[in-house]
Every structure is written in C-alpha cells, then in structure tokens.
Ligand binder design. Structure first.
Ligand code: SAH
Length: 202
C-alpha cells in the first residue's frame, strides 16, 4: 500500500510508514494469493484465518506507540506480517499463535525475510507470555468481548495495549488502554472487524 494512501488515512508515524514500505507482504501470503498481496484487504492464510488488511496493521502499530527500544507482545501471529511490521519499529517482538501450522509457517517466513528479533510461540495468547513480561506494548489482532486479564497484568507502566473489543465480529471497536501505574486509561479508536480471539481467557 502506497505511503501517500496511508498518510491520507492518518498514518503519520515515520517508523510505521518506513516499515510498511520495507516489509514484503507477498512473502507472508500463501502462493495462491500472491497476486493480491498488495491489495488493501485481508486475505485467506488457511485454518479459516486471514492476514490483516495493511492499513489496519499500520493503524495498530501506530496506535500502540511502539518505539525502537520497546519490547512488544503480539497476540495472533497469523501470517507473521503484523509481527514483521512491529519488528521494524520495536526492539523485540514476541508473537503468540494458537494454530501450530500457522505459527510454523509464520516463523519460517519471518526467518526467510531476515527478521531475527521476533519470537513466534505456539500457544494460547489469551494467557499472554508471562516469561518475557512486562511489555511496553501489546497488540491483539483478534477480537473478543473483553481484554483478557493476563494481558493487562503483563502490560508495563506507561505501556499501551491495542485490541478489537466487541460482542461479535460485526461490532468491534479498536480499544487502546494505557497503563499509568495502577490506573488504566481507555480510548476508543473506531470501528474495526477482526476474526475472533479463541482461548481460556477470551
Ligand atoms: N497479525 C496477523 C493477523 C492474523 S488474524 C497477520 O498479520 O497475519 C488473527 C490470528 O489470531 C489468527 O491467526 C488466529 O488463529 C489467532 N488467534 C485467535 N485466538 C488466539 C489466541 N487465543 N491465541 C493466539 N492466537 C489466536
């Protein structure tokens, strides 16, 4: 997706724009849909899941305020594309995926693209990944009725968590939570549509 289109739609973070230009999306989509890799829409990646629309990936990366010294947790690796974008703006990225086949494919794609600061973990992301907590930012790329409690607990002071929250996949809002000590400040960034978050704390 062209930088000018992203800018026009409100993506102004220089790091995010640079990442969107440098990460080859075609390396993160299955061979049968590479022709559509640069369309601004989600695409099927198997297991009934999708690689997110580029604009939404950029929006979430920008909304989470990730910077080059940050440790970031992503829930829902999917294709690995979102993790790749985050890896260009963060110091380290831990990404959790519940489908083992997707986790393996994403890990391979990230390695092939040379993004060495991403660790893909096969597991239930609603539990987060306490081993590497706290995180400066947490990006959840699947939607649910509430933010899983373990993720709030693993968000560091001053950190931002971004997640689509809503009762079903027709009516979700992109929610941003900022932690300031023991206080949580919540903001609604507008309507989005994501596949469901499925897990113990979903
Ligand atoms: N960031 C991805 C978007 C993938 S769609 C990309 O850029 O391609 C959301 C993903 O979340 C799906 O792959 C789905 O399997 C995964 N998911 C859903 N619930 C999950 C959970 N509890 N833990 C980890 N992954 C989950």
């Amino acid at each position: 997706m062209a930088k000018s289109d992203l800018r026009r739609r409100g993506i102004t973070d220089a790091g995010v724009l640079a990442a969107m230009s440098s990460v080859p999306r075609e390396q993160f989509v299955p061979p049968d849909v590479t022709n559509f890799a640069y369309d601004d829409r989600p695409l099927p990646i198997g297991e009934g899941q999708t690689i997110s629309q580029p604009y939404v990936v950029a929006l979430m990366a920008q909304a989470s305020r990730v910077t080059t010294t940050n440790r970031v947790l992503e829930i829902g690796t999917g294709s690995g594309y979102g993790a790749a974008i985050l890896s260009r703006v963060a110091d380290v990225v831990v990404s959790v995926e519940r489908h083992e086949t997707l986790a393996n494919t994403a890990r391979k794609a990230l390695t092939a693209a040379g993004y060495e600061n991403v660790t893909v973990i096969h597991g239930d992301g609603t539990l987060g990944h306490p081993e590497a907590a706290p995180y400066d930012a947490i990006v959840v790329t699947a939607g649910g009725p509430k933010v899983p409690k373990p993720l709030i607990e693993q968000l560091g002071d001053g950190g931002f968590l971004v997640m689509p929250v809503g009762p079903d996949n027709q009516t979700q809002s992109l929610i941003r939570i900022k932690r300031a000590g023991s206080e949580l400040h919540e903001q609604n960034l507008g309507r989005v549509r994501f596949v469901p978050l499925i897990g113990a704390e979903a």
